[in-house]
Every structure is written in C-alpha cells, then in structure tokens.
Design a protein around this ligand. Structure first.
Ligand code: GTP
Length: 364
C-alpha cells in the first residue's frame, strides 16, 4: 500500500553507527546506544518510544561494533517490534546510513519514515510531528528545539509557516535559537533519492539539497525535554533524568532518587541519590555516597568513597575513601584507596591507580 493516509503506521530507522568517541573508553567495547542508561541500554528507551506511537518495524543502521546490537535485541520480539539490522562496512555518515537501509523499508514512496539519531533523549510529541508532516505534505519534517546558547550548534531558521529556510553553520551571532534536534520524518521517496554507497551527511548535503530543489523541508518546533547524550556529563544527566522521572520512559516503572539492579548489595548506611543507577551485582560499602552517577554492572564502591556525576564502567572498583567527581572509569579499572579524581578525568579500561594513602613507617 502506498499512501499519504493518516492510518499508515510509520516505520523507523535509528542511526547507531557512530564511534561515540566522546564517551571513550566506555565505547571501546560497547557502542554508545548500548551503554546502560537508567537500567537498560540507551537504545531501549528509543525503541519503547517508537512503540508508543505505533511503530512496529525498526531498521538499525549500524556500523561500529554492529554485532552487539543483534546479539542483544535479536528479532525484536521481546519488545513487540520487528528489528532489522544493516551494517555499513565503511561508515556512510547520517544520510548515507539512512540511504543504505532503504531496501529494508516496506512502505510506498509517500509513506512516512521516522529517523532518530541513536543518542538523543527527547520528550517531544512524535505524533504531532507526524501530523505536521502529513498536513504540510513535506519531503522531510525536522524536530527543532530552542536552546539557551545556539552559538554551540548550527541553527535552523524557519518562515512564518514553519518551513525551513536555511541550515546555518555555527556562528557567534545565530539568527535563531532553533537547532536540529535529530528526529526526522522523511517521505520514503526522499530516502530512495539520496545517493547510494557514498558518505552523505543529512545536515550538510541532504537537507540543503532539498532546500535548493524547493522541496518542503518543514520544521516542527517543540521545546520539550531534549538532550544529546554524547558527552559523559550529558550521559549521566540523561540517565539521572530518566531515573527521577524528569523524562518519562516506559523502561523506568517507578521513578525515584535511585535505581538499583538485581543482586546488588548496598550497605544500609550508604547514600544513593540524584537519580543514580546501580547496575546488577554491584557492591556499595558502608558510608559510601553515590550521587547522580551511573554504575554499570559488577562495580564495587568501597566504604567511605564518594562518587558524584560519574560513569563507572563494568567491573570497575573504587577504593575506600576515594572521591570521584565528574569522571569516567573504564571497564574493569581500579582506583585504589584515598584517591581524588576530579572534573573530566578518565581512567582507561583495566588501568590500575594504586592506593594514594601516605604511609609512614615507625622511625620516619
Ligand atoms: P562522537 O564520536 O562522540 O561524536 O559520537 P558519534 O560517533 O555517535 O557521532 P554523532 O554524535 O555525531 O552521531 C549522531 C548519530 O548518528 C549517532 O546516533 C550515531 O550513532 C549516528 N552516526 C554517526 N555517524 C554514522 C555513520 O557513519 N553511520 C551510521 N549508521 N550512523 C552514524
């Protein structure tokens, strides 16, 4: 069935092929969309969000560490979805990645296809975006979000009807606070028309090309919750917001100050707060304080340690009384006792930082 009918159930593509370099070393083994966020892989929140608007078929555009996705989600049946996987041997960029999965789509040329960046948390109304797309008979409809400091992004001005007039590079004097939020509705035929087999960027090539051809590139502005979780600080914030219910996700049944995974052992006098997630099999010692942090599985935090705003990789250990603020510990790393790690520090996977305790022998 080809259609512009409102009854068409949209299909979706999620772009998950990036290297996630800003989240290294965590992304050396696990692609960014598979990092645990509020108790489940980040991508699960996006699958559930797509389910909520009736999507049944999702194609994952993978490249980096592609095998990890299928191993976890299989055919998607456990989420009530049919998931297809396509792997780029050489990364094709955002537009190239979308084009590369076109033959897995089943809708006709006018059918709407939702495309999500695999690293964005958004609370905007996807149904309303689809509705605007249909009403305007757009080639593509972009979610636009207003940000406080648009100088850090390229901006996307629109006219009085919400039609996009330009895609502007970063500048110290942006003409609007609107930026591309990384959630699109494409007319399927527009995807088919992207050049195949070569790297293409939607932001730099596809969208400007559509504007030049006078196609309807529609903006859907909604200033809902929006966060690109590409950096460690944003990743912990996104996870904490999901845990506390600042952004609702069907994957978080009971929002609260913390989320503790199965088999974790948390000392009675340890304090977990600020939307902290404690993964399965973790051990949190007496008097430890963990605030606004994400602990993957099998992490040990020893007695008296404090961990704030940090991401702690699988199997990592933090020694007694150590204090960590806004840091990333790679999988299976070890920070000995009495260390202090601050703002932006990254400990590589399996690295060992010895105890920092100064010991004096009798007679010194
Ligand atoms: P950084 O390396 O930290 O910048 O992260 P990233 O690699 O994820 O890049 P970026 O945040 O710009 O990517 C935005 C979205 O597009 C993410 O969901 C990526 O997974 C995805 N993406 C980026 N490049 C490609 C690509 O070449 N192919 C595919 N399929 N997806 C991509």
């Amino acid at each position: 069935m080809t259609s512009t009918s409102t009854s068409t159930v949209p299909e979706a593509i999620i772009l998950v092929g990036g290297q996630g370099s800003r989240l290294r070393p965590l992304t050396l083994t696990t692609p960014k969309p598979m990092l645990p966020c509020a108790g489940v892989p980040f991508l699960t929140h996006q699958f559930l969000r797509l389910s909520e608007v009736g999507v049944k078929h999702v194609v994952l555009a993978t490249s980096y560490r592609s095998e990890v996705f299928a191993a976890y989600y299989g055919d998607g049946g456990s989420l009530g979805l049919a998931i297809d996987y396509v792997t780029e041997v050489e990364p094709l960029g955002t537009g190239g990645g979308i084009r590369n999965v076109a033959d897995r789509l089943t809708g006709g040329p006018d059918a709407p296809v939702i495309v999500l960046n695999g690293d964005v948390l958004s609370g905007h109304d996807l149904n309303a975006q689809l509705e605007v797309h249909r009403e305007m008979a757009a080639a593509v409809t972009l979610h636009l979000v207003g940000v406080e400091d648009p100088r850090a992004f390229g901006c996307v001005p629109t006219d009085g009807d919400g039609r996009v007039t330009a895609f502007l590079e970063k500048t110290p004097t942006p003409v609007t606070d609107q930026i591309n939020a990384g959630c699109y509705v494409f007319r399927r035929g527009v995807i088919d028309a992207i050049r195949a087999g070569v790297p293409v960027s939607v932001e730099r090539d596809t969208f400007p090309g559509l504007l030049a051809a006078d196609a309807v590139v529609q903006g859907y502005r909604q200033d809902a919750y929006w966060l690109d979780v590409g950096t460690p600080a944003a990743f912990v914030r996104g996870s904490a917001d999901l845990v506390r219910g600042v952004l609702a996700s069907p994957a978080v049944a009971r929002p609260g100050e913390s989320l503790v995974g199965g088999d974790a052992l948390v000392a009675e006098d340890a304090v977990l707060s600020g939307g902290t997630t404690v993964g399965r099999g973790c051990v949190i010692g007496s008097g430890a304080v963990v605030e606004g942090s994400v602990l993957f599985d099998d992490v040990w935090i020893a007695a008296g340690a404090t961990v704030t705003g940090s991401v702690i990789g699988t199997g990592a250990r933090v020694g007694e009384r150590s204090a960590l603020r806004n840091v990333v510990l790679g999988d299976h790393s070890l920070v000995g006792a009495d260390n202090e790690l601050a703002e932006g520090a990254r400990v590589w996977s399996s690295a060992v930082l010895p105890d920092a305790t100064i010991r004096f022998s009798p007679g010194d």
